[in-house]
Design a protein around this ligand. Structure first.
Ligand code: CTP
Length: 213
């Protein structure tokens, strides 16, 4: 299969040197990319800025902002069999990016923020026969929130994890189906969780998507 994977954080610039972002390390997405490559798949890895090296053999697309992530994904998705969206997307951006560097005035500064595009929702709306695996990072009412996202983004399944996953080398995930069934529960180092997720996608998710054509 040809698989689109999003990974890492996005950045939204306040001025030319300051930005809003989050502490995503990219490890989950990069581990899934490595597992997919080991499984003989082609990987299009669209990644925000991270400290780790991409797995050898993937096609790498570096992005910074949510809009860049969106544009690259919209371009690649039609040629892919499915998408795994692990990116920790920055949901808000400053209303405007100031050119240069804002100078301190000694006074409080108010930032007006607007929502960025929901990239996965857009991919879900154009998925056709493709499969769509979303991630849901939840701190409260996790199952209900994850199911709401699965439906809103038209996912084949959603991988629920909590905020302790951000920046950690380990992860605990529950995979939910569109019927709100728990189809898998994995816990361990991210490379191990990634390997098991990839097997689940190959043996259950991608096959189900094929047969619904
Ligand atoms: N996602 C996306 N574009 C966004 C926000 C999220 O593609 N603007 C994707 C993420 O990569 C993930 C899924 O949607 O696969 C859910 O992301 P999450 O951060 O858990 O939820 P949000 O939709 O951002 O909602 P909230 O922040 O309110 O929990």
């Amino acid at each position: 299969m040809r698989i689109l994977i999003t990974a890492g954080p996005t950045r939204e610039y306040i001025d030319d040197v300051r930005f809003l972002s989050n502490a995503s390390s990219g490890q989950m997405g990069y581990s899934i990319a490595a597992a997919a490559l080991r499984g003989g798949h082609q990987v299009e890895l669209v990644t925000g800025p991270v400290e780790i090296a991409p797995p050898a053999g993937c096609t790498l697309h570096r992005i910074e902002t949510t809009e860049e992530l969106r544009e690259r994904c919209l371009q690649l998705f039609p040629q892919c069999d499915g998408v795994i969206a692990t990116a920790a997307v920055c949901d808000y951006r400053p209303q405007q990016r100031i050119a240069g560097k804002i100078t301190k005035t000694g006074q409080p500064v108010l930032l007006e923020l607007t929502e960025t595009s929901d990239v996965l929702a857009e991919l879900g709306s154009m998925r056709g026969h493709r499969w769509v695996v979303g991630f849901a990072l939840e701190s409260q009412d996790p199952r209900n929130n994850a199911m709401r996202k699965l439906k809103m983004k038209n996912c084949s399944c959603i991988v629920l994890n909590d905020t302790s996953a951000i920046g950690s080398t380990e992860n605990t995930v529950e995979v939910l189906s569109p019927d709100a069934e728990t189809i898998a529960f994995f816990r361990g180092p991210k490379p191990e969780v990634a390997e098991r997720l990839m097997v689940l996608i190959e043996t259950a998710i991608a096959i189900r998507s094929d047969s619904s054509d």
